[in-house]
Design a protein around this ligand. Structure first.
Ligand SMILES: *Cc1c(COP(=O)(O)O)cnc(C)c1O
Length: 474
């Protein structure tokens, strides 16, 4: 498979180049596959749903092409995924896809672990180490640090704003050892990002060290996220009959979104043949994409802080990819847009727990509310011409922009799959405020609370940062 640049389609690169470069160095565009391959029919119609690893291998194979052998790809997948994405039915027409069973308890583990191993594979014949620099305000840093931990030939330096992230997140970032180091910067997230960006464009540094980034725009983080969509959809098709007497479910997947990498992966899975009827793109008050779906105008804006902070993105970087994969009309026919404010999010955590017993985190709660509103009257109201006003949370758009599956959803013929992107214990405070009790904390999260802080302090000064890099990485 070859990959093309979203900004200049004449720029075509190999998988290796797309993985090692991340984005096009000249245009600043992102890489997308030249075509979306179809999964083999016998694979999709098997009697027993395939295992997560089978889905991963079948999905990844055409994207990797002959740039890795079958055995290498299988070994990579087995090493990356000692965990899977279980589904949990919470009411007669709702399933939750739990994406928090990886080491850092958020869905970003799926992408980061594949990317780390793909980078290591393509870097193995180089004699110098590859140094990854990441600035983070939370989940990304720990997923990337954990994914590269112990991977040979590559080291990671994480920069985070000291005291400006949650105590649990700070613990997750500051307790790595070995090839992953963290610098606690006396400044904001933007300061951290600026230090990293300056290093990337510093010719003096680039001549001495091989630097790379590992941010969410890397195609090798995006592709593996499509594994769990196909896996979950096939499992539901298999189980629906036993769980709730549902034959051939019309599956609507609700994705709590920020940078829209996760949803883009879902669009890819659907194009490859995963039995998914449509999507709900659910956001918090950062509603750039729901607004785009309803008005047709894309307006990036500054982000606002919310309870589902991993989705606080006003200018989603993967919008460019979504647009290059489909037109506005296609997007509208497949996807509904929905947004929710913080009080709605609290209400979502509460109503999910009260009605189903399931404890959901603030990101998943946005998805739960979106799906629950759509199936129980919201979509029917939209089709009858009752639209939400511009400043009003809820389903975006009008009857004219409603997806092609809107009627079936209003008639309660659809089944919902909600993506739960983080373990609720990562947001214990918010959950406790909503339901009066704290979720139990998984062992792997508990463990980091007792590890020593190994981060090194750094002043917000590029000269200091450069000196540190040369002294510690050279
Ligand atoms: C990153 C993140 C999201 C948003 O995912 P995108 O791919 O950026 O849309 C949602 N929930 C959690 C918990 C996250 O960490």
């Amino acid at each position: 498979m070859k990959y093309r640049d979203t900004r200049d389609p004449s720029r075509i690169v190999s998988f290796r180049t797309a993985v090692l470069q991340g984005m096009d160095p000249v245009t600043g565009g992102l890489y997308v596959p030249e075509e979306i391959p179809a999964l083999p029919k016998p694979f999709l119609t098997r009697n027993l749903a395939p295992s997560f690893r089978d889905v991963a291998l079948e999905t990844a194979r055409p994207f990797v092409g002959d740039e890795m052998s079958e055995g290498e790809l299988m070994a990579l997948i087995a090493d990356a995924y000692p965990f899977t994405a279980p589904i949990s039915p919470i009411d007669p027409t709702t399933y939750v896809l739990e994406l928090f069973h990886g080491p850092t308890c958020a869905f970003k583990d799926f992408g980061a672990r594949f990317m780390a191993r793909a980078m290591a594979h393509f870097n193995r014949d180089e004699k110098d180490s590859l140094h990854i620099l990441v600035a983070t305000s939370g989940d990304t840093g720990s997923a990337v640090g954990s994914a590269f931990h112990g991977v040979s030939g590559i080291d990671v330096t994480i920069l985070y704003p000291r005291g400006k992230i949650s105590p649990l997140q700070e613990k997750q970032l500051s307790t790595f050892d070995g090839n992953v180091r963290s610098l606690s910067v006396e400044g904001t997230f933007d300061d951290c990002q600026k230090l990293v960006k300056t290093a990337f464009t510093d010719d003096g540094l680039r001549g001495k060290l091989r630097l790379s980034s590992a941010n969410s725009i890397n195609i090798s983080r995006l592709l593996p996220q499509s594994f769990y969509y196909t896996y979950g959809a096939l499992l539901i098709r298999d189980r629906g009959r036993y769980d709730n007497n549902i034959d051939s479910p019309q599956l609507i997947v609700t994705v709590p979104s920020g940078n829209f990498g996760n949803l883009t992966s879902g669009l890819i899975a659907r194009k490859m043949g995963a039995p998914i009827r449509g999507f709900i793109a659910a956001t918090n008050s950062n509603r750039t994409v729901p607004d785009w779906l309803s008005s047709g105008d894309y307006k990036a804006r500054p982000s606002v802080a919310t309870l589902s902070n991993a989705m606080d993105v006003g200018a989603p970087s993967n919008f460019e990819r979504m647009e290059s994969l489909m037109s506005l009309e296609e997007a509208r026919s497949m996807m509904a847009g929905y947004w929710l404010d913080d009080s709605g999010t609290m209400e979502g955590i509460r109503s999910c727990h009260e009605r189903t017993g399931y404890i959901i985190d603030p990101h998943g709660a946005v998805a739960w509310r979106a799906w629950d509103d759509a199936r129980s009257g919201g979509m029917a109201a939209l089709l009858e011409g009752k639209t939400n006003g511009p400043g009003q949370p809820g389903l975006a758009g009008t009857a004219a922009t409603a997806p092609e599956w809107a009627r079936d959803c209003a008639d309660r013929k659809c089944v919902g799959l909600i993506l739960e992107t983080a373990h609720p214990a990562k947001f214990g405070e918010t959950v406790r405020e909503a339901i009066g009790r704290e979720p139990s904390i998984p062992d792997r999260l508990e463990k980091v609370l007792h590890l020593p802080d190994r981060s090194q302090p750094l002043r917000n000064d590029y000269g200091d940062f450069k000196e540190w890099l040369l002294a510690n990485l050279g």
